[in-house]
Design a protein around this ligand. Sequence first.
Ligand code: NAP
Length: 353
Amino acid sequence: MASVSVDEAMRRAIALAARGLGATSPNPVVGCVLLDADGEVVGEGFHAYAGGPHAEIVALAQAGTRARGGTAVVTLEPCDHTGRTGPCSHALIAAGVARVVVAVPDPNPVASGGAATLRAAGVQVDTGVRAEEAEAGNVAWLTSMRRGWPYLIWKYAATLDGRSAAADGTSMWITSEAARIDVHALRGTVDAVIAGVGTVLADDPRLTARNLRDGTLAIRQPLRVVVDSSGRTPAEARVRDGAARTWVATAAEVGAGPDGRVDLSALLAELHHRGVRAALLEGGPTLAGAFLAAGLVDKIVGYVAPKLLGAGPTALLNAGVTTIADAIDLELTDVTQVGPDLRITALPRKREA
Ligand SMILES: NC(=O)c1ccc[n+]([C@@H]2O[C@H](COP(=O)([O-])OP(=O)(O)OC[C@H]3O[C@@H](n4cnc5c(N)ncnc54)[C@H](OP(=O)(O)O)[C@@H]3O)[C@@H](O)[C@H]2O)c1
């Protein structure tokens, strides 16, 4: 086989890492490509699920003795601690790897230190190769580890005139089946789905990730979180059907903000503590407005249907904006047609302090 450059190997490792998206939490996604001393690929691996072997271990097992004197190309700094599996730094040293190339350092204080251990054992360590690309592939995990609360995606569906329901309260369905299938796929990539008690009372949603055609549940279900200051979620609500774990987060349990409602920062800190790295905020307009006003939303995914209602609630309420100069500016990152609808992805621009 022809030899490949370290840069090409990193590109491949980043693609491998992406295969674990949605399945590795509370761990990151990681990919690894092992090159022998001549630069030939002798092993590949990715972290497929929490508790499973790390990417480096999978690649080392494939490479066997051909790893000796070779280069390990890894999207994230190899771990240095014994969790559910042993430290990757030690495994790389034991296999006789001569060089380790890392895209992004590990921000997790518990697991970091792999680069230092490798260097101390005489292994050459280089960092920063395709760092931006690797960072983008792991953005939810890296962001949540650096700051201690989950990466939050606000998803909503609206008509072209921005309505999330009709004047009589009916909202099923604003968007097409194709868009709703897309949402279920999105639910499968996060660790928690969050809704306000207003949505639970109005729509009685299941909030599970499932196959919309036959109703089968995805193997991995996000934690369902109902933000419910005083515990108004009915005992017979579908979110309590046992199909997935559910947490009804009350102000008594989480803490209350100045308005007496659930303190949203404390809620996110508690979710992080429970292993949630990426969360999907699914509604409705009151809760979305409160999260946006607090600057806690990292990404917005809007499904816009080619329909007009002319009346009815809007997709967003009270986001702390009263004048045009204070509008929440967004950077558009993607526009894709999904069936007859548009899926618009945007990132809120950081505001000046
Ligand atoms: N088109 C869409 O994408 C979409 C998605 C979801 C829902 N919806 C629609 O939205 C409507 C429901 O709207 P909604 O605004 O009443 O629902 P919501 O945003 O899901 O729930 C609002 C409730 O959340 C609770 N809450 C707890 N802590 C809060 C905090 N810190 N800040 C703000 N709220 C907090 C409040 O009740 P407590 O004070 O009692 O806790 C509040 O009334 C339904 O008609 C539904 O169909 C549309």
